[in-house]
Structures are given as structure tokens and as C-alpha cells.
Design a protein around this ligand. Structure first.
Ligand code: PLP
Length: 354
């Protein structure tokens, strides 16, 4: 076995909620979309051809994405979820022991994907307001840096970098270093001060964007993500594709999700209303929330993470603890959100301010 993998942690997936007698339990630990698929999406899945391999280059889907973003098909590379595409990007950009700069705490797959591919992860601590410290990330660039990951908004803290600071950052990154803006939650961004990443993509030849059908489009179980990249990088990312990784069913579903996007965005808007309801209620109770631009909220609570996670489980909510740093809770079904609000009120009364 490769010795460099000995200390690589396993990916810790959000746990399903334990069943409790007389109470519906909710899994709010994986930032999934709480809605089951649209009937139109289910109807579009064609099982008749599953004896055949899928289209290795997902051309139908990439054509549609090209039309959606006014780009060309070859600006797109697909993969098994955006984490699959991220892996391809690392393979496309990093040789052995090249460095990948990313914020920390951030999406837990970053250091894993780096190590598995022989690259070195360079984590840069978040600022006190839970945002990326872009100055420190700039300072962390060395001659070995090939890739920078900006988690926008950041998982698990929810904060997104503002347009001006991101532009100032991109102006300072050497042109040969690829900057990937990981926008798994982009559809949940409401703050107008956050840049349109497509503008950044057009203005910087070293910027690529990572997006997914897993969150707003509700297809986490089918594994479809994509990169928007300049032509030479996009081609190299496609070279690193796991052959036939995106199944024909998954491609059908992604195509249908784009077709019925308006209906899906109605659901997204409801999740956003629920995010406001939860954030306002928790703030009124005295919790200090970061400015979440995603479909989850983040409660930093060193010393109380374990007891909070346990209290949530006792009322049928499976939340996502991060060591003893804090807890990330997905905005889920209305009932789950109401239960969270109640539980947080009780927690603050019984355990005290965090
Ligand atoms: C920031 C971020 N990027 C990427 C992903 C990967 O999602 P998927 O592989 O389902 O597209 C996630 C999943 O939680 C995420 O939080």
C-alpha cells in the first residue's frame, strides 16, 4: 500500500437519522435536497438501454449546458458528481507532490482527493467570520502550487467571498495556477455582493467552475457534476474521466432536470425562505450564525458539539458534527426546520449560550 495514504482520513458521510417511536426522523446531515424527484424527471429515465454503455462524453448533456451558459460543448467536462470532477481536475493539474491550496475548515473531500492523487493539500485557516482568508491563501502559494480551491459558499460554514475580494485575489494569483470555484451550492446564493462566477471565468484564463446536479437539482443519488473550464483545461479534465462514469440514467435525469429547472427553482426558493426562517429564529434565541449562502446553517460550538448532536438525535434530527468545532445542519423539510428551532431553544435554556 502507498505509505502516503496511511494518514488520509476516510470520508465521513452524514449519518441517516435513527428511527424514534412515534416521531418522524429527519436526515439533515448531508445537505441533500429534501424533495423527492419531480415526476417529470422520473418519467424521463429510460431503462430500455441499460444493457448498453452510456455515451462516454455525455454529449447531449454538455450540449445543453453549452446552450444554457452561452459557451461551447467543449467548455464542459462531466463526472460522477462534482467530487468526481474535482478528482479529474486534480489529476489534470497536479503532478506528484504538487500543492493544492484550500481553506480549512472546508469541504472534507479536498485533502482526501489531494492525497489520493499524490498531491499535497495546503489548508489555510478560515477567518473569524468563517470566510476564506484570501490574503493568507495568496501568501500560501509556492512554486509547487498548481491548484487553488475556493469553496463558494464554503461547506460547512456557508460563507461566500464577495466579488471585490475575489477579484483582488484573482489578480494576484499567478496565471499558471488554476483556481477552481467550487459552486456546489451556487443556486442558494442570495447576497448580491457575491460575484457571478461566469464573469470571473470570462475574465481570467485560469479560472474554472465546478457545479453539480446533487443539491438544488435534487439528484445526489445519481452522481452528475460538471466543470466549466477553458478549452485546454476542459479537454485535459475529460482525459481523466473514469470511462462511462456517468450512467445513461443519470444523464437522462440531469437533462430532464435542466428542462424542468423552473419547477426545481420554485423548491429552491422555498428552501431559501426556510433558511431565513431558521436563521432569524436562531438569531433571536441568541445563537451566533455565520452568513450562510447555502442550504445549511453552521453553528460553531467548541465544547458543546457532542452534546448538541446528541440532543438533536433525541428529537429525531441527524445533524453533522465536525470534531468538536461545530455542527452543520441542512435546511430540510419544513417540519425538520421547525423541530430544529424548538430543539435549539430548549438547548440554549438547558445547556446555556454557545
Ligand atoms: C462544496 C462541495 N463541493 C462538492 C460536493 C460534492 O457533491 P457531488 O459530488 O454530489 O456533486 C459537495 C458535497 O457535499 C460539497 O459540499
Amino acid at each position: 500500500m502507498r505509505r502516503s495514504l496511511e494518514n488520509v482520513p476516510a470520508y465521513l458521510a452524514g449519518k441517516p437519522a435513527a428511527a424514534l417511536p412515534g416521531l418522524t426522523s429527519f436526515k439533515v446531515s448531508s445537505n441533500e435536497n429534501p424533495y423527492s424527484p419531480l415526476p417529470e424527471v422520473v418519467a424521463a429515465l429510460s431503462f430500455e438501454q441499460i444493457n448498453r454503455y452510456p455515451d462516454i462524453s455525455n454529449t447531449r448533456l454538455r450540449d445543453l449546458l453549452a446552450a444554457k451558459y452561452h459557451l461551447v460543448t467543449d467548455n464542459f467536462a462531466t463526472g460522477t458528481g462534482s467530487v468526481g470532477v474535482l478528482q479529474q481536475i486534480v489529476q489534470a493539474t497536479c503532478d506528484f507532490e504538487d500543492e493544492i491550496v484550500h481553506a480549512w475548515r472546508s469541504f472534507e473531500a479536498y485533502p482526501i482527493v489531494a492525497a489520493v492523487n499524490g498531491a499535497i493539500s495546503v489548508p489555510v485557516p478560515l477567518r473569524a467570520d468563517e470566510s476564506h482568508d484570501l490574503d493568507a491563501m495568496c501568501a500560501a502559494i509556492t512554486a509547487r502550487t498548481q491548484l487553488i480551491l475556493i469553496c463558494q459558499p464554503n461547506n460547512p460554514t456557508g460563507v461566500a467571498a464577495k466579488r471585490d475580494e475575489l477579484v483582488h485575489f484573482l489578480d494576484r494569483v499567478p496565471a499558471h495556477v488554476t483556481v477552481v470555484i467550487d459552486e456546489a451550492y451556487v443556486e442558494f446564493i442570495t447576497d448580491q455582493r457575491i460575484a457571478d462566477s461566469l464573469d470571473l471565468f470570462h475574465n481570467y484564463k485560469n479560472v474554472a467552475i465546478l457545479r453539480t446536479f446533487s443539491k438544488a437539482y435534487g439528484l445526489a443519488g445519481l452522481r452528475v457534476g460538471y466543470a466549466i473550464a477553458h478549452l485546454d483545461l476542459a479537454e485535459t479534465i475529460r482525459k481523466c474521466t473514469l470511462p462511462f462514469g456517468v450512467s445513461n440514467i443519470a444523464e437522462d435525469a440531469a437533462i430532464a432536470a435542466l428542462k424542468y429547472e423552473d419547477k426545481l427553482m420554485v423548491r429552491v426558493r422555498h428552501i431559501l425562505e426556510e433558511r431565513s426562517r431558521v436563521s432569524e429564529a436562531l438569531t433571536a434565541q441568541g445563537w451566533k450564525l455565520s452568513d450562510s449562502q447555502a442550504n445549511f446553517v453552521w453553528l460553531r460550538m467548541p465544547g458543546k458539539t457532542g452534546v448538541f448532536t446528541q440532543s438533536a438525535a433525541e428529537v429525531g434530527l441527524s445533524v453533522r458534527p465536525y470534531g468538536d468545532e461545530g455542527v452543520r445542519i441542512t435546511i430540510g423539510e419544513d417540519e425538520a426546520n421547525s423541530r430544529l428551532i424548538e430543539m435549539c431553544a430548549t438547548f440554549i435554556k438547558e445547556v446555556g449560550q454557545v
